[in-house]
Ligand binder design. Structure first.
Ligand code: ZN
Length: 341
């Protein structure tokens, strides 16, 4: 069986021969139906400071995938052979203070699939049973595979009121694009985005954004002030770009919320804290997916049939074409790349 793995502590990944895995206690074995590539996989491929500090090679990568359970390890309850599941990439401990308080998304002992434990870029994979999220068969594999990433968008959008609200989303990467359709599906009154790439702007229109502002071509502050006098109800910062963060603080109305998911290249950022305080902005950091609330809401959104996800899937290829996927993503010429097995 061929697997995509980080074999050495250096840039790149390799196709390796891996044994057919046997599920240990508390694990399930999946036959893969589809997987998708995340920005995290790109970081691992590039071997940036974050991946070099976190990953201990050899490691089979890939954390967004779906498939059918073919074997249960010892002690697994509530799941069955033949069940269709998608992955939650965060394996949580269940006993730390946060886990006990129902805040598993910030578990103190999180292990991440394809990062801390072997992932799913292989035809058969074993995963902790807690990472196997039952999925409706009506959700096709090429969409079910990336529910982990879609869940980031669902978590960020649902971090505050949505229905009837005006929403600004800064950055139209895949999760920003997902957030557009999630916000629309949840009844947002108007969704405006900022993005500088024409390729991503086109995808944003395809998923139903009301307007995209290109800050390199328009005065984003003036445009937002004209469109939303008094500010937007909710801003979702998805870009991880310093100027977008400053714009987000400025564009959010007094009493509004600013939900931050984008990760910054430089951790220390300067923002107008007095604006945050005197405008009474609810500033939230968003990580992972709330367990199980985000997955429950995601199921409802799929069931309602109002998510427009197909335009985000720009490429499909066999999983062994990993290098081509990385080159497309590094060039910013891809939405979601989905792997077939
Ligand atoms: Zn925990």
């Amino acid at each position: 069986m061929q697997a995509i793995a980080k074999v050495r502590p250096e840039p790149g990944v390799e196709i390796v021969e891996a044994p057919d895995p046997t599920p240990g206690p508390g694990e399930v074995k999946l036959k893969l139906e589809a997987a998708s590539v995340c920005g995290t996989d790109l970081h691992i491929w590039k071997w940036d400071a974050w991946s070099a500090g976190r990953i201990r090679p050899p490691r089979i990568i890939g954390h967004e995938f779906c498939g059918t359970i073919v074997e249960l390890g010892e002690g697994v309850e509530g799941l069955s052979v033949g069940q269709y599941v998608s992955t939650e990439s965060h394996a949580t401990c269940g006993h730390c203070r946060q886990c006990r308080a129902g805040q598993r998304e910030v578990c103190a002992n999180t292990s991440i699939l394809g990062v801390d434990i072997d992932g799913g870029f292989r035809p058969y994979a074993t995963i902790p049973a807690s990472c196997a999220m039952p999925t409706d068969r009506r959700v096709p594999p090429h969409l079910a595979a990336f529910q982990d990433a879609l869940g980031n968008a669902v978590h960020t959008v649902s971090d505050g009121p949505v229905e009837g609200q005006t929403v600004l989303i800064t950055g139209m990467g895949p999760i920003g694009l997902f957030a557009v359709t999630v916000a629309k599906a949840m009844g947002a009154a108007r969704v405006v985005a900022t993005e500088i790439s024409p390729y991503r702007t086109e995808l944003a229109h395809a998923v139903g954004v009301d307007r995209v502002i290109d800050p390199t071509k328009e005065d984003a502050r003036a445009e937002l002030a004209r469109e939303f006098p008094g500010g937007v109800d909710a801003t979702l910062e998805m870009s991880g770009h310093p100027t977008s963060l400053a714009l987000a603080v400025e564009a959010t109305r007094p009493g509004g919320r600013l939900s931050c998911l984008g990760v910054y290249g430089e951790a220390r950022q300067t923002i107008d804290m007095n604006a945050v305080i005197f405008k009474g902005i609810n500033l939230h950091g968003i990580v992972g997916r709330r367990l199980p609330e985000t997955w429950n809401l995601m199921r409802e959104l799929f069931e309602a049939g109002r998510l427009n996800l197909e335009p985000v899937v720009t490429h499909r290829m066999h999983y062994t074409e990993f290098e081509r996927a990385m080159e497309l993503m590094a060039a910013g010429k891809a939405g979601k790349v989905v792997f077939d097995f």
